[in-house]
Design a protein around this ligand. Structure first.
Ligand code: URA
Ligand code: CA
Length: 433
């Protein structure tokens, strides 16, 4: 087989065989196929698209390019959740203990991330003593015992994706649905999931800015997941304004604790119930989605969900007293209120701008090497649709520096205030099976 013939075949819009796709991915991973040929190949896919079976083969070739996590020692159906990323998205921290409370095993591998705040692993490290580096055997044992454990990413997962993503980034081939969908799904499948619930976000704070694009990506990923033998469902959710109130690492831990107790922001709670009921259903612990939802509401009300979180934190070496005493979490030295300049209704909160404001405070990483400040961040006091009076606080800034002029400016830029009443966007647009 020759790479040039495969590029030509794709360029001319023909369907590639499984053998051809594996030849490309294996050759690119081990260095036999150079970047320039792979660039041409990615561009051919960009213009010619891929059929369903090509997408599944591309995904599985990338899965098999590196290590695959073996979760077979864990009893039950392992359901993983993946979000395409947003601002203040605290859902993992809530969903994991929530669905574990109804006996769905959650074996979560999480990253640190380069977003506006840290990833799930960074957030958990806001809890004194919490250990994310645990070996595979301990990890499996913890999931069997408590139904929940979180481990930091390690090993050599999907090296083909890593290499190809880097190349796509500099060759204008990131925005190709078959490439995005196979990239995301290869990582989920290599992490050992039996079933997958995807949260595909749309809006200013999301990777896919418009609903049509989000739906197309969701359909592509669901088709790949099901084609690869993993039951997959996608929820299309809104990310035009940030989710919940808190954006920041320790602040989001506190928000997760509140939500697990049934005292969190309503939008965040609702999205967690929507995603969670899909997870419980796929995990085989409920007959219907409605039944699953009722079970989740029950564990929130009874206190079982927060107990599961406590047990999980203690099992990984963390100080579980923070759950009853969230004031023990890292706290910033200063708080500042950003006050409304006029009466009216909040008409928009540009999620991406709020994310950047949190990031410049130090809540996120600019580069892989940067340190995050776990204490800092923002708490939104007004969300879209709410009435506001001049002088009322829109946002509370938690900062470790005294001058936050730049952050205040970004927040004013993100907030729109109108004289007329405004409806918030729907939280969930669609669910794709
Ligand atoms: N996120 C990924 O993991 N891969 C892509 O290709 C795009 C976004
Ligand atoms: Ca939040």
């Amino acid at each position: 087989m020759r790479m040039i013939d495969i590029i030509e075949k794709k360029r001319d819009g023909q369907e590639l065989t499984k053998e051809e796709i594996y030849f490309v991915i294996e050759g690119y991973t081990n260095g036999d196929i150079p970047d320039y040929q792979m660039s041409a190949f990615a561009m051919a896919i960009y213009f010619q698209d891929m059929t369903s079976s090509e997408r599944v083969n591309l995904t599985m070739a990338m899965v098999e390019s590196g290590d695959q996590i073996d979760l077979s020692d864990i009893k039950g159906i392992k359901v993983d959740k993946h979000s395409t990323g947003g601002v203040g998205d605290t859902t993992t921290l809530i969903l994991a203990p929530l669905v574990a409370s109804v006996s769905v095993p959650v074996a979560k591998m999480s990253g640190r991330g380069l977003g506006h705040t840290g990833g799930t692993v960074d957030k958990l490290e806001a809890i004194e003593g919490f250990q994310v580096e645990i070996d595979g055997k301990t990890f499996n044992e913890l999931v069997n015992k408590n139904k929940l454990a979180v481990v930091g990413q390690s090993g050599n997962l999907t090296p083909a994706d890593k290499k190809l993503y880097g190349l796509r980034d500099v060759t204008a081939t990131v925005d190709a649905i078959p490439l995005i969908a196979s990239s995301i799904m290869s990582k989920k499948i290599a992490s050992g999931a039996d079933a997958i619930v995807l949260d595909v976000k749309t809006g200013s704070g999301a990777f896919m800015k418009d609903i049509e694009g989000a739906k197309e990506l969701a359909h592509a990923m669901v088709q790949i997941g099901n084609g690869a033998g993993r039951n997959t469902i996608a929820v299309i959710s809104d990310m035009s304004e940030p989710l919940g109130f808190a954006i920041g690492n320790a602040l989001e831990i506190k928000e997760a604790i509140d939500t697990l107790k049934g005292q969190g922001p309503k939008d965040l709670e609702e999205l967690c119930l929507t995603l969670g009921s899909q997870m419980v259903y796929l995990g085989g612990k409920a007959e219907t989605i409605e039944d699953a939802r009722e079970k989740l509401i029950e564990v929130m009300k009874s206190g079982k969900a927060i107990e599961t979180f406590k047990t999980f934190v203690a099992a990984q070496g963390g100080d579980d007293s923070v759950i009853d005493h969230p004031e023990k979490l890292p706290t910033a030295s200063y708080t500042f209120e950003v006050e409304a300049k006029q009466d009216g209704f909040v008409s928009e909160i540009i999620a991406n701008e709020i994310g950047i404001a949190a990031s410049v405070l130090g809540a996120g990483r600019a580069t892989k090497e940067s340190e995050i400040d776990l204490a800092v961040g923002l708490v939104l006091n007004k969300k879209v649709g709410e009435q506001v009076k001049k002088g009322e606080s829109l946002v509370t800034i938690h900062s470790n520096r005294e001058d936050v002029t730049d952050v205040v400016e970004k927040i004013y830029h993100a907030y729109g205030i109108s004289e007329q009443t405004v409806d918030a966007n729907p939280l969930v647009y669609d669910i794709i099976y």
